[in-house]
Design a binder for this molecule. Structure first.
Ligand code: 3PG
Length: 354
Protein backbone atom coordinates (compact mmCIF):
# COMPACT_ATOMS: atom_id res chain seq x y z
CA UNK A 1 0.00 0.00 0.00
CA UNK A 2 1.23 3.50 -0.78
CA UNK A 3 0.80 6.04 2.01
CA UNK A 4 0.30 9.75 1.59
CA UNK A 5 2.40 10.27 4.72
CA UNK A 6 5.49 9.22 2.74
CA UNK A 7 5.02 12.00 0.15
CA UNK A 8 6.40 15.50 0.42
CA UNK A 9 6.21 18.87 -1.27
CA UNK A 10 8.24 17.68 -4.25
CA UNK A 11 5.52 15.12 -5.05
CA UNK A 12 2.50 17.25 -4.19
CA UNK A 13 3.14 20.92 -4.99
CA UNK A 14 0.78 22.19 -7.67
CA UNK A 15 -0.88 18.77 -8.05
CA UNK A 16 -4.63 18.36 -7.87
CA UNK A 17 -5.39 15.73 -5.26
CA UNK A 18 -8.73 13.98 -5.29
CA UNK A 19 -9.40 13.28 -1.66
CA UNK A 20 -12.12 10.73 -0.95
CA UNK A 21 -13.54 11.50 2.48
CA UNK A 22 -16.59 10.13 4.26
CA UNK A 23 -18.82 13.03 5.24
CA UNK A 24 -21.86 10.83 5.61
CA UNK A 25 -23.03 12.70 8.69
CA UNK A 26 -26.32 11.75 10.23
CA UNK A 27 -26.72 15.31 11.52
CA UNK A 28 -24.77 18.54 11.08
CA UNK A 29 -23.76 18.32 14.75
CA UNK A 30 -22.12 14.98 14.25
CA UNK A 31 -18.74 16.42 13.21
CA UNK A 32 -16.39 13.65 14.31
CA UNK A 33 -15.63 12.48 10.76
CA UNK A 34 -14.98 16.07 9.67
CA UNK A 35 -12.51 16.62 12.50
CA UNK A 36 -10.77 13.36 11.68
CA UNK A 37 -10.33 14.42 8.04
CA UNK A 38 -8.48 17.63 8.95
CA UNK A 39 -4.94 16.24 9.33
CA UNK A 40 -4.91 14.95 5.73
CA UNK A 41 -6.33 18.20 4.35
CA UNK A 42 -3.78 20.23 6.32
CA UNK A 43 -0.97 17.95 5.19
CA UNK A 44 -1.94 18.51 1.55
CA UNK A 45 -2.22 22.26 2.05
CA UNK A 46 1.18 22.41 3.73
CA UNK A 47 2.61 20.66 0.71
CA UNK A 48 0.99 23.16 -1.67
CA UNK A 49 -1.49 20.84 -3.34
CA UNK A 50 -4.95 21.71 -4.67
CA UNK A 51 -7.66 19.57 -3.11
CA UNK A 52 -10.93 18.36 -4.54
CA UNK A 53 -12.81 16.46 -1.84
CA UNK A 54 -15.18 13.72 -2.94
CA UNK A 55 -17.82 12.27 -0.63
CA UNK A 56 -21.28 10.82 -0.40
CA UNK A 57 -24.02 11.54 2.10
CA UNK A 58 -26.86 9.16 2.89
CA UNK A 59 -28.63 7.12 0.26
CA UNK A 60 -30.22 9.83 -1.89
CA UNK A 61 -32.37 9.62 -5.03
CA UNK A 62 -30.55 10.10 -8.35
CA UNK A 63 -30.04 13.59 -9.75
CA UNK A 64 -32.85 14.64 -12.08
CA UNK A 65 -35.34 12.08 -10.76
CA UNK A 66 -38.73 13.22 -9.48
CA UNK A 67 -37.80 12.12 -6.01
CA UNK A 68 -34.57 14.13 -6.21
CA UNK A 69 -36.57 17.29 -6.94
CA UNK A 70 -38.58 16.64 -3.81
CA UNK A 71 -35.97 15.52 -1.31
CA UNK A 72 -32.57 15.80 -2.99
CA UNK A 73 -31.58 18.92 -1.06
CA UNK A 74 -31.50 17.22 2.31
CA UNK A 75 -28.66 15.03 1.04
CA UNK A 76 -26.57 17.93 -0.25
CA UNK A 77 -23.01 18.35 0.99
CA UNK A 78 -23.34 22.15 0.90
CA UNK A 79 -23.83 22.51 4.69
CA UNK A 80 -20.81 20.27 5.19
CA UNK A 81 -18.66 22.68 3.14
CA UNK A 82 -19.56 25.41 5.65
CA UNK A 83 -18.79 23.26 8.69
CA UNK A 84 -15.52 22.12 7.12
CA UNK A 85 -14.53 25.74 6.37
CA UNK A 86 -15.09 26.63 10.03
CA UNK A 87 -13.14 23.70 11.41
CA UNK A 88 -10.32 24.07 8.90
CA UNK A 89 -10.05 27.83 9.17
CA UNK A 90 -9.88 28.04 5.34
CA UNK A 91 -12.60 28.66 2.82
CA UNK A 92 -13.88 25.46 1.27
CA UNK A 93 -15.44 26.11 -2.13
CA UNK A 94 -18.53 24.05 -2.79
CA UNK A 95 -19.09 22.68 -6.31
CA UNK A 96 -22.76 22.11 -6.88
CA UNK A 97 -22.69 21.15 -10.53
CA UNK A 98 -21.32 17.95 -12.02
CA UNK A 99 -20.12 19.74 -15.16
CA UNK A 100 -16.81 17.88 -15.35
CA UNK A 101 -15.35 20.09 -18.09
CA UNK A 102 -16.13 23.22 -16.07
CA UNK A 103 -14.71 21.76 -12.88
CA UNK A 104 -11.53 20.78 -14.70
CA UNK A 105 -11.03 24.31 -16.04
CA UNK A 106 -11.70 25.77 -12.64
CA UNK A 107 -9.18 23.50 -10.95
CA UNK A 108 -6.55 24.21 -13.62
CA UNK A 109 -6.66 27.97 -13.14
CA UNK A 110 -6.99 27.95 -9.36
CA UNK A 111 -3.98 28.46 -7.11
CA UNK A 112 -2.41 25.73 -5.00
CA UNK A 113 -3.74 25.70 -1.45
CA UNK A 114 -7.40 25.85 -2.50
CA UNK A 115 -9.94 23.35 -1.17
CA UNK A 116 -13.04 22.34 -3.11
CA UNK A 117 -15.84 19.98 -2.13
CA UNK A 118 -17.90 18.32 -4.85
CA UNK A 119 -21.61 17.67 -4.37
CA UNK A 120 -22.82 14.27 -3.11
CA UNK A 121 -21.51 11.63 -5.50
CA UNK A 122 -24.45 9.35 -4.85
CA UNK A 123 -26.60 11.78 -6.84
CA UNK A 124 -24.81 10.30 -9.85
CA UNK A 125 -25.77 7.07 -11.54
CA UNK A 126 -22.77 4.80 -11.44
CA UNK A 127 -21.27 5.74 -8.09
CA UNK A 128 -22.81 2.89 -6.15
CA UNK A 129 -22.50 0.53 -9.13
CA UNK A 130 -18.71 1.04 -9.17
CA UNK A 131 -19.08 2.20 -12.76
CA UNK A 132 -15.77 2.45 -14.62
CA UNK A 133 -16.89 5.29 -16.87
CA UNK A 134 -17.82 7.47 -13.92
CA UNK A 135 -14.58 6.51 -12.15
CA UNK A 136 -12.60 7.55 -15.22
CA UNK A 137 -14.41 10.86 -15.43
CA UNK A 138 -13.71 11.57 -11.77
CA UNK A 139 -10.09 10.52 -12.19
CA UNK A 140 -9.79 13.02 -15.05
CA UNK A 141 -10.24 15.82 -12.51
CA UNK A 142 -6.98 15.21 -10.67
CA UNK A 143 -3.40 13.98 -10.70
CA UNK A 144 -3.41 11.87 -7.54
CA UNK A 145 -6.12 9.96 -5.69
CA UNK A 146 -6.12 9.73 -1.90
CA UNK A 147 -8.55 7.55 -0.02
CA UNK A 148 -9.18 8.75 3.51
CA UNK A 149 -12.70 7.34 3.69
CA UNK A 150 -12.14 4.23 5.77
CA UNK A 151 -15.79 4.39 6.82
CA UNK A 152 -17.00 3.64 3.28
CA UNK A 153 -14.19 1.30 2.25
CA UNK A 154 -16.51 -1.71 2.57
CA UNK A 155 -18.45 -0.38 -0.43
CA UNK A 156 -17.20 -1.04 -3.95
CA UNK A 157 -18.20 2.41 -5.21
CA UNK A 158 -16.76 4.25 -8.23
CA UNK A 159 -15.02 6.91 -6.11
CA UNK A 160 -13.69 4.28 -3.70
CA UNK A 161 -12.69 1.30 -5.80
CA UNK A 162 -12.83 1.74 -9.59
CA UNK A 163 -11.12 5.15 -9.52
CA UNK A 164 -7.87 3.59 -8.27
CA UNK A 165 -7.41 2.00 -11.73
CA UNK A 166 -6.94 5.40 -13.33
CA UNK A 167 -4.72 7.39 -10.94
CA UNK A 168 -1.74 6.83 -8.64
CA UNK A 169 -3.56 6.05 -5.41
CA UNK A 170 -2.58 6.51 -1.78
CA UNK A 171 -4.02 5.87 1.67
CA UNK A 172 -4.57 9.17 3.49
CA UNK A 173 -3.50 9.85 7.07
CA UNK A 174 -6.86 8.84 8.54
CA UNK A 175 -7.02 5.66 6.45
CA UNK A 176 -3.49 4.80 7.59
CA UNK A 177 -4.40 5.40 11.24
CA UNK A 178 -7.54 3.25 10.96
CA UNK A 179 -5.74 0.36 9.26
CA UNK A 180 -2.83 0.37 11.71
CA UNK A 181 -4.93 0.60 14.87
CA UNK A 182 -7.57 -1.89 13.81
CA UNK A 183 -4.99 -4.37 12.44
CA UNK A 184 -3.23 -4.34 15.81
CA UNK A 185 -6.36 -5.92 17.29
CA UNK A 186 -5.63 -9.17 15.47
CA UNK A 187 -2.58 -9.53 17.76
CA UNK A 188 -3.78 -7.78 20.88
CA UNK A 189 -2.23 -7.46 24.29
CA UNK A 190 -4.18 -10.01 26.28
CA UNK A 191 -6.61 -10.36 27.91
CA UNK A 192 -8.78 -8.93 25.13
CA UNK A 193 -12.38 -8.19 26.06
CA UNK A 194 -14.88 -7.33 23.33
CA UNK A 195 -18.12 -5.51 24.12
CA UNK A 196 -20.79 -6.00 21.49
CA UNK A 197 -24.08 -4.16 21.57
CA UNK A 198 -26.36 -2.53 19.03
CA UNK A 199 -29.80 -3.55 17.92
CA UNK A 200 -28.84 -6.83 16.30
CA UNK A 201 -26.17 -9.10 17.70
CA UNK A 202 -26.43 -10.98 14.40
CA UNK A 203 -24.48 -8.13 12.73
CA UNK A 204 -21.59 -8.90 15.09
CA UNK A 205 -21.28 -12.66 14.54
CA UNK A 206 -18.46 -12.04 12.02
CA UNK A 207 -16.35 -10.32 14.71
CA UNK A 208 -17.10 -13.04 17.25
CA UNK A 209 -15.96 -15.71 14.79
CA UNK A 210 -12.85 -13.89 13.63
CA UNK A 211 -11.61 -12.75 17.05
CA UNK A 212 -12.68 -15.90 18.89
CA UNK A 213 -9.17 -17.23 19.59
CA UNK A 214 -7.65 -13.94 20.78
CA UNK A 215 -10.60 -12.94 22.97
CA UNK A 216 -10.91 -13.73 26.66
CA UNK A 217 -14.62 -12.93 26.62
CA UNK A 218 -17.37 -11.15 24.76
CA UNK A 219 -19.69 -8.98 26.84
CA UNK A 220 -22.98 -8.55 25.06
CA UNK A 221 -25.68 -5.91 25.30
CA UNK A 222 -29.31 -6.41 26.21
CA UNK A 223 -30.50 -6.83 22.62
CA UNK A 224 -28.99 -10.31 22.51
CA UNK A 225 -31.87 -11.40 24.72
CA UNK A 226 -34.27 -10.29 21.98
CA UNK A 227 -32.40 -12.36 19.38
CA UNK A 228 -31.50 -15.38 21.48
CA UNK A 229 -33.71 -17.76 19.55
CA UNK A 230 -31.84 -17.28 16.31
CA UNK A 231 -29.78 -20.29 15.30
CA UNK A 232 -26.39 -18.56 14.88
CA UNK A 233 -26.82 -16.59 18.09
CA UNK A 234 -27.82 -19.69 20.07
CA UNK A 235 -24.64 -21.45 19.03
CA UNK A 236 -22.40 -18.73 20.46
CA UNK A 237 -24.30 -17.76 23.57
CA UNK A 238 -24.03 -21.28 24.90
CA UNK A 239 -20.26 -20.87 25.12
CA UNK A 240 -18.71 -19.62 28.37
CA UNK A 241 -16.70 -17.02 26.47
CA UNK A 242 -19.88 -15.11 25.70
CA UNK A 243 -21.11 -13.38 28.84
CA UNK A 244 -24.82 -12.62 28.80
CA UNK A 245 -26.52 -9.90 30.85
CA UNK A 246 -27.32 -11.13 34.38
CA UNK A 247 -30.21 -8.72 34.69
CA UNK A 248 -31.90 -6.24 32.40
CA UNK A 249 -34.40 -3.44 32.04
CA UNK A 250 -37.33 -4.94 30.27
CA UNK A 251 -40.63 -3.66 28.95
CA UNK A 252 -42.93 -6.57 28.17
CA UNK A 253 -40.88 -8.87 25.95
CA UNK A 254 -38.37 -6.21 24.97
CA UNK A 255 -34.98 -6.11 26.65
CA UNK A 256 -33.95 -2.46 26.56
CA UNK A 257 -30.87 -2.10 28.73
CA UNK A 258 -28.53 -4.06 30.95
CA UNK A 259 -29.22 -3.89 34.69
CA UNK A 260 -27.03 -2.96 37.71
CA UNK A 261 -25.78 -6.51 38.40
CA UNK A 262 -24.60 -6.80 34.80
CA UNK A 263 -22.89 -3.42 34.95
CA UNK A 264 -21.02 -4.50 38.08
CA UNK A 265 -20.03 -7.84 36.53
CA UNK A 266 -18.88 -6.26 33.24
CA UNK A 267 -16.89 -3.67 35.20
CA UNK A 268 -15.05 -6.42 37.06
CA UNK A 269 -14.14 -8.19 33.82
CA UNK A 270 -13.13 -4.98 32.03
CA UNK A 271 -10.78 -4.02 34.84
CA UNK A 272 -8.56 -7.00 34.04
CA UNK A 273 -8.45 -6.37 30.28
CA UNK A 274 -5.32 -5.15 28.51
CA UNK A 275 -7.22 -4.55 25.26
CA UNK A 276 -10.87 -3.56 24.95
CA UNK A 277 -12.93 -3.30 21.77
CA UNK A 278 -16.39 -1.78 21.97
CA UNK A 279 -18.93 -1.62 19.15
CA UNK A 280 -22.60 -0.89 19.79
CA UNK A 281 -24.41 0.54 22.84
CA UNK A 282 -25.46 -2.11 25.36
CA UNK A 283 -29.00 -0.75 25.58
CA UNK A 284 -31.45 1.35 23.58
CA UNK A 285 -29.51 4.47 24.52
CA UNK A 286 -31.33 6.84 22.15
CA UNK A 287 -33.94 6.85 24.92
CA UNK A 288 -32.45 8.36 28.09
CA UNK A 289 -34.30 5.87 30.28
CA UNK A 290 -32.34 3.03 28.74
CA UNK A 291 -28.96 4.75 28.40
CA UNK A 292 -27.73 3.97 31.92
CA UNK A 293 -25.92 0.78 30.95
CA UNK A 294 -24.10 2.30 27.97
CA UNK A 295 -23.11 5.41 29.94
CA UNK A 296 -21.71 3.28 32.76
CA UNK A 297 -19.74 1.09 30.32
CA UNK A 298 -18.43 4.22 28.55
CA UNK A 299 -17.02 5.50 31.84
CA UNK A 300 -15.37 2.17 32.64
CA UNK A 301 -13.81 1.94 29.17
CA UNK A 302 -12.63 5.56 29.34
CA UNK A 303 -11.09 4.97 32.76
CA UNK A 304 -9.26 1.84 31.66
CA UNK A 305 -5.50 1.66 31.14
CA UNK A 306 -6.00 -0.96 28.44
CA UNK A 307 -5.62 -0.23 24.72
CA UNK A 308 -9.22 0.82 24.10
CA UNK A 309 -10.85 0.92 20.66
CA UNK A 310 -14.37 2.18 20.14
CA UNK A 311 -16.28 2.26 16.86
CA UNK A 312 -19.71 2.40 15.29
CA UNK A 313 -21.67 5.64 14.84
CA UNK A 314 -23.84 5.39 17.94
CA UNK A 315 -21.01 4.29 20.22
CA UNK A 316 -18.63 7.03 19.09
CA UNK A 317 -21.40 9.61 19.49
CA UNK A 318 -21.98 8.40 23.01
CA UNK A 319 -18.29 8.87 23.81
CA UNK A 320 -18.29 12.33 22.19
CA UNK A 321 -21.43 13.42 24.03
CA UNK A 322 -20.00 12.31 27.36
CA UNK A 323 -16.83 14.30 26.61
CA UNK A 324 -14.66 11.17 26.85
CA UNK A 325 -13.04 11.29 23.40
CA UNK A 326 -9.52 11.95 24.67
CA UNK A 327 -9.74 9.06 27.11
CA UNK A 328 -10.22 6.46 24.40
CA UNK A 329 -7.00 5.28 22.77
CA UNK A 330 -8.54 4.88 19.35
CA UNK A 331 -11.96 6.03 18.19
CA UNK A 332 -12.74 4.61 14.75
CA UNK A 333 -14.72 6.56 12.15
CA UNK A 334 -16.02 3.26 10.79
CA UNK A 335 -19.42 1.76 11.42
CA UNK A 336 -20.10 -1.11 9.02
CA UNK A 337 -16.51 -0.82 7.73
CA UNK A 338 -15.05 -1.46 11.19
CA UNK A 339 -17.30 -4.48 11.67
CA UNK A 340 -16.26 -5.96 8.33
CA UNK A 341 -12.59 -5.19 8.88
CA UNK A 342 -12.56 -6.89 12.29
CA UNK A 343 -14.56 -9.77 10.87
CA UNK A 344 -11.54 -10.37 8.64
CA UNK A 345 -13.20 -9.39 5.36
CA UNK A 346 -11.15 -7.81 2.60
CA UNK A 347 -12.64 -4.36 2.11
CA UNK A 348 -12.80 -3.32 -1.58
CA UNK A 349 -11.61 0.24 -0.90
CA UNK A 350 -8.52 -1.01 0.94
CA UNK A 351 -7.80 -3.88 -1.42
CA UNK A 352 -7.84 -1.42 -4.32
CA UNK A 353 -5.06 0.62 -2.71
CA UNK A 354 -2.77 -2.39 -2.51
C1 3PG B 1 -21.26 4.76 6.79
O1 3PG B 1 -21.64 5.82 7.30
O2 3PG B 1 -21.26 3.69 7.42
C2 3PG B 1 -20.69 4.79 5.40
O3 3PG B 1 -20.63 6.08 4.90
C3 3PG B 1 -21.42 3.87 4.47
O4 3PG B 1 -22.71 4.33 4.23
P1 3PG B 1 -23.76 3.36 3.50
O5 3PG B 1 -24.10 2.29 4.48
O6 3PG B 1 -24.92 4.23 3.14
O7 3PG B 1 -23.09 2.78 2.29
Amino acid sequence: MKYLSKLSESHLAGKTCLLRADFNLKSDKDVFRILESLPTIKFLLKNKAKILILSHRGRPPLLGSKKWNMEGKEFSLEPIAKILSDKLGEKVFFMRSFDFGGINMHLKISDPGKVFLLENLRFLKGEEENDKKLAKKLAGLGDIYINDAFAVSHRANASVEAITRYLPSYAGLLMEKEIKNLSSLFHPKRPLVVILGGAKITDKIGIIKNLWKQTKCFLVGSSVLNNSNQKEVKKYIKNKKVILPLDSIRVKDNYLDIGPKTIAEYKKILKKAKTIIWNGPVGMNENKRYAGGSNAIAKVVAGSRAFTVVGGGETTNLILNLGLTKKIKFLSTGGGAMLEFLAGKKLPGIRALK
